[in-house]
Design a protein around this ligand. Sequence first.
Ligand code: CP3
Length: 357
Amino acid sequence: MSNLQNDLFIKACKGQETERTPVWIMRQAGRYLPQYRMIREKADFLTMCKTPELAAQVTLQPVDLIGVDAAIIFSDILVIPEAMGMHLEMHEGKGPMFHNPIRNKDDVSRLKRIDPWKDLKYVMDAVSLSKKELNGRVPLIGFSGSPWTLLTYMVEGKGSKNFSIVKKLIYNYPSLAHEILNKLAEAVADYLSAKIEAGVNAVQIFDTWGGILSPADFEEFSLQYVAKIISLIKKKTEPVIFFAKGVNYDHIKLTSAGADVLGLDWTVDIGKVRNIVHGKTDLQGNMDQTILYANTERIRNEVIKILESYGYGSGHVFNLGHGILPDIEPENAKALVDFVKVESPRFHRKESLSKGT
Ligand code: CP3
């Protein structure tokens, strides 16, 4: 890691001692930043993803403007289904949409096996360019959706409230669901391996919709595929973060996927989870993202609450419990990052131990 000037994030992901807690923000490259909106006015979302110069530019914005300890490559989880042959559209205010959702065996057989270096070359180019422009200032994170979360969008065709169509698929045609999930697990493993080869320093797997499944269904339709991906990823030292939003009944079970770090949403007490996982994994999170609507004094208190709950020592990456919302004031995001930098060192000093912090 000697080529990184700030490697706090990587060290924390590995449970190594740091002088303070590192911090980054899920969805940090996005619409809450006026500088993002300025670029977005001239190019649509997918054009931004597919133009490495624009993707690199917005990837670096939160590093320069907010002072985060890691950059995350600007892209989207849905570029994988698009590369597999689905037609993706991003609608202003409506979110992503597939006009040809997967509904039967024929649709599944049309899904192509991807070569990330060919079919998602624009992502690899954006990674190389972002690395070059970061010039070692902070690490770069790559990411993917989990197979289950990708499947929900591919089958529903868009965001959903009760996920009826994908639930009909898993209960009536489980083997078809598993066929797609297997294809997706292979694609995600190839994709994340390529991103690591292209230069990312860590990867995060987002299972945004894991929480809509019962514990047994989560194990069958999500967790086993995340475990498969992690076992297939060709990495040397790059940490893997697994964020399963809304899956909070069994954190030990989550560690069985083999990630280095578990991302936590805002509904759990990070200190309690730390006691449960007991060194099996490091933790990321987990401030309620809507606290950023409050004043800076309240934000400071919440930052301290989370640092105190986690307690003394290494292995914590500060983050929100889900992505930052588009109408958050950038100054409040900056205040969060500054408070973590100012308030966390005392949780890393040996002498703090005797003071009981
Ligand atoms: O974290 C980052 O800053 C990197 C960029 C990033 C985006 N999407 C950019 C984006 C990341 C990590 C994602 C992940 C993603 N995309 C997830 C998993 C994480 C999560 O939040 O649960 C999911 C479920 C998606 C799918 C997706 N993409 C949705 C539902 C939407 C529409 C809702 C929304 O936030 O607008 C998108 C579009 C999207 N992805 C935008 C951005 C900046 C907004 C597009 C715009 O500028 O118009």
